[in-house]
Design a protein around this ligand. Sequence first.
Ligand SMILES: Nc1nc2c(ncn2[C@@H]2O[C@H](COP(=O)(O)OP(=O)(O)OP(=O)(O)O)[C@@H](O)[C@H]2O)c(=O)[nH]1
Ligand SMILES: [Mg+2]
Ligand SMILES: [Zn+2]
Length: 332
Amino acid sequence: MGQFRALLSASYGRHYLAQTIQADGSHAGPLIQVSTPGKRHVGAVGDRLILEETGPDQARIIEIEKRKNLLYRSDAFKSKSIAANVDQILVVLATAPAFSPDLLGRAVIAAELDQIELRIILNKCDLRGQLSTARQLLLPYQKMGYPVHEVSAKFDLQSIEKLKPFLKGKVSVLVGQSGMGKSTLLNTWVPNAAALTQDYSMKLDSGKHTTTACRYFDLPEWGRDPGGHLGGLIDSPGFQEFGLAHLSESQLQHAFREFKPLLGQCRFHNCRHDSEPGCVIRAAVHSGEIAAERLALFKQLLSDSKTADVQIQGISPSKERWSTSPKPPYKQ
Ligand SMILES: Nc1nc2c(ncn2[C@@H]2O[C@H](COP(=O)(O)OP(=O)(O)OP(=O)(O)O)[C@@H](O)[C@H]2O)c(=O)[nH]1
Ligand SMILES: [Mg+2]
Ligand SMILES: [Zn+2]
């Protein structure tokens, strides 16, 4: 039986669905149920696979091609992949229900770590009442240079159209809390997404887990860039927590974009910007240059990272157990 290349297009836990990669870069044909021999091949949506047919619409993983990045979240105990090989993260927020600034802050750190482009989409701008509060919360991010797009997926199609040029030729992943409008955005950009979503859920464990699965969708032809690359959009389930316990202290220091110009200028080279004298980061917070919430987030992430270390050295087995290939960034 032959081997062929396919895209891992949906995953729920260890259940994967894949689609054949066509010559034009699109993904077509029936959804293939993928089995993973042993624990060797832990995949993520967006992974490119070498598969071997084992039956009608069934195959096993021979190899996961080297990925350029892997977006995942982790706490002290386990990690969950979101997507692999992404070019862009679209953080979807809404005016109402109010979004969590903490989750936004963490998504930004994850993007910075892998140098993945990030855009903030503020959806439901038709709900005018809450708009100014939301804008206020986004100011620090705008100041740091992250693009913010105000849209209404439901009532302002023009605002959605305007984003299309940013999606062309790229693989973008929609992340955000439940109810922010990720799937509504997807359905506006990819008209056949609803049908494909149904197909995914039917084949993925009899549809029980639709809302917890990550799924890949090809963009329509408008999503092709001048070089001929067709963009894609990954819809992810809404989550409340974005654990980044896998980041080391040094990675954390460098993942805060606005800290960068000041790094190395604190009196102590190993300053944690906590209560050390001569801390330039804290001084920047006092002068209003750096938002206080960002320093608070830094301290929180540093403490999460330490807790994870304790778990790893103590009761829990090695981090290796949840690692994927290539390995996620380890602590230094
Ligand atoms: N007023 C308003 N409602 C919207 C807009 N976009 C989406 N909604 C509504 O918000 C609700 C949630 O939208 P979804 O697209 O399912 O949200 P989601 O982010 O995919 O949520 P999960 O799949 O649970 O993570 C739905 O009832 C949508 O109709 C908008 O622009 N304005
Ligand atoms: Mg959704
Ligand atoms: Zn400092």
